[in-house]
Design a protein around this ligand. Structure first.
Ligand code: ADP
Length: 485
């Protein structure tokens, strides 16, 4: 591929060798252990109070909402009890101003209104009885138990969980910043706004999307192998895995079922190695971090997830554009002509997928995509090839870093080394892993290079998409909470 020769200095800085992968896995395992011992470490390793995973026989109608990053989803899920389900959902983009609202109430009342609109549209029977009561002025607690929807609240930000339906927000990530909400119980914040509208809805469970992914994968998995890990590679990245309670050395406050001897841990791996002991740190990683809303935090996520990959590519490309010596995007001069490629967050990671997908000789589709970012100017083939090379390097590094997290947790489970374990199942969700071409293949290649895993171990690892993870998973946890309450 003919790229601008000056660009190779950029591309090579995103190399992430097999030796790098192995060093990262050791560090990841170390930081996992630290997180199980005490609070305030890099990987938060948050106990979720979920001590069992479903087996596919669960039944019922549940509500689920998902505040994950870019969108808010409301859905109702009917679990049929035979590993299948029906799901109805509506989705709205979170208005940017609400992501940085002054008060928590502004955001949460918006969310409650979406729940109301959803019930009105899809569950008119429930809504009618709600209207009747509103008319007669009877309080929402006057609802009969069977009229109340149990709702699983998927809230994918770091939370100090205190019970299955209670958790205090530790910090915002992914561009959200509402200081008023930090330290507060997010279930209570939502319930208060739902009650203001008088809806027949009880927030029954607080769910991290990764835990939901793990649950959904376990419910739908028809084989005899249960999943060990649910992982997200979307706006952000994180994973939840099954840990032996005996390995959790820090105190777990409150009551939980000890009979399984296991608990799902929300690793919060987006903050792996915030101190940069091992993580790569190119000049563009540094600029991205410096100009982010949370410098020094979520350092792993900033090198791996959909929200940030496009920006890393953009910064590296802009560097080349501005470099007098390179000829990239110089004809005409993009630096002078303008275009969103020159603006912070001006390049969505989806463009990286478009770049990877376009295998034509003249990269016509990619040129089309790029022209949108370049004020209408269609780049040369060499420009497009250079862009593609930078984009591929950033994407490949992200996939190999992802393999670090997946590989370390596969090792932690003890199943890689155990000849009796034939399959190590991992459920994944998120636009990046779903739509970026070859993302999973690049992960597998990296897993093979981990010394303790190797090609044999990598063959045992089955990475499957857990579709609708947060919806079905949240419904399943609402069901578990409902049963144990
Ligand atoms: P969320 O994580 O917010 O629930 P998604 O899993 O859809 O939602 O992830 C959205 C993120 O994925 C955005 O940051 C977006 O830039 C990125 N993205 C969307 N489509 C693609 C794609 N085709 N390839 C790579 N990244 C994508």
């Amino acid at each position: 591929m003919a790229i601008h020769p000056e660009a190779s200095r950029v591309v090579s800085q995103f190399d992430f060798s097999d030796a790098d992968i192995n060093r990262h896995v050791q560090e990841f395992l170390k930081q996992m252990g630290e997180g199980l011992e005490k609070d305030g470490t890099s990987l938060s390793q948050i106990p979720t109070y979920v001590t069992g995973v479903p087996n596919g026989t669960e039944k019922g109608l549940y509500l689920a909402v998902d505040l994950g990053g870019t969108n808010f989803r409301v859905c109702s899920v009917t679990l049929h009890g035979d590993t299948t389900f029906d799901l109805t959902f509506d989705k709205v983009a979170i208005p940017k101003d609400l992501m940085v609202a002054k008060t928590a109430s502004e955001l949460f009342s918006f969310l409650a209104k979406q729940v109301e609109a959803f019930l009105q549209k899809h569950h008119a029977e429930h809504f009618e009885c709600h209207l009747q009561r509103r008319k007669t002025g009877s309080a929402p607690e006057g609802f009969k138990e069977q009229e109340i929807f149990h709702l699983g609240f998927t809230f994918s930000f770091p939370v100090q969980q205190l019970a299955i339906n209670k958790g205090n927000l530790m910090r915002w990530t992914k561009g959200f910043d509402i200081p008023d909400a930090v330290g507060k119980d997010v279930c209570a914040l939502l319930q208060v706004e739902i009650d203001k509208l008088g809806l027949p809805v009880k927030v029954a469970a607080l769910v991290n999307d990764t835990v939901g992914t793990l649950m959904a994968r376990s419910y739908t998995s028809t084989g005899k192998y249960r999943s060990i890990l649910g992982a997200i590679f979307g706006t952000g990245t994180n994973g939840a895995y099954i840990e032996k309670i005996s390995n959790i050395k820090k105190k777990i406050v409150g009551d939980y079922d000890t009979s399984t001897g296991e608990m799902v841990i929300n690793a919060e791996w987006g903050s792996f190695d915030n101190q940069l002991n091992v993580l790569p740190n190119t000049p563009w990683d540094q600029t991205l971090d410096r100009d982010s809303v949370n410098p020094g935090i979520q350092m792993f996520e900033k090198r791996v997830s959909g929200m940030f990959l496009g920006e890393i590519v953009r910064l590296a490309v802009v560097d080349l554009i501005k470099d007098e010596k390179t000829l990239l995007f110089k004809n005409p001069d993009v630096a002078a002509a303008g275009g969103s490629i020159l603006e912070q967050w001006g390049l969505d990671s989806a463009v990286m997928s478009a770049a990877a997908k376009d295998e034509s000789a003249d990269l016509s589709n990619l040129k089309q995509e790029l022209s949108i970012l370049l004020n209408g100017f269609v780049p040369t083939t060499e420009d497009a090839q250079t862009f593609k090379a930078v984009s591929y390097a950033v994407g490949r590094r992200a996939a190999r870093l992802s393999a670090v997290a997946l590989g370390a947790i596969a090792l932690q489970s003890g199943k890689v080394q155990d000849p009796k374990e034939e399959v190590i199942d991992i459920g994944v969700d998120g636009s990046l892993v779903e739509h970026y071409p070859q993302f999973r293949e690049m992960i597998y290649e990296a897993l093979e290079s981990i010394k303790e895993i190797g090609p044999q171990g990598a063959k045992k690892i089955r990475i499957g998409i857990a579709k609708d993870g947060s919806g079905v998973g949240a419904a399943l946890i609402a069901l578990i909470a409902d049963r144990s309450s």
